[in-house]
Design a protein around this ligand. Sequence first.
Ligand SMILES: [Zn+2]
Length: 70
Amino acid sequence: MRRHQHPFNGKRFIGNNNTNEVHDLDNEKTRCEIDKILLNHVKTFIPDTHSEAKRQNFDNCAHCIGNSHY
Ligand SMILES: [Zn+2]
């Protein structure tokens, strides 16, 4: 579920700068624990794409994207 407040701003792909994982909020699972990410760890991408997150070396969340490297 996308979140429209700051710092999520309605973006689909949300990175966690602490774990270096990227989540797909359009396929969010309870185990993603998005609401436990500290707001100052929330990273959004421009453009808001999975490929941009990968380009910035974020790893996939195993729950909402899969094929996690770790
Ligand atoms: Zn996730």
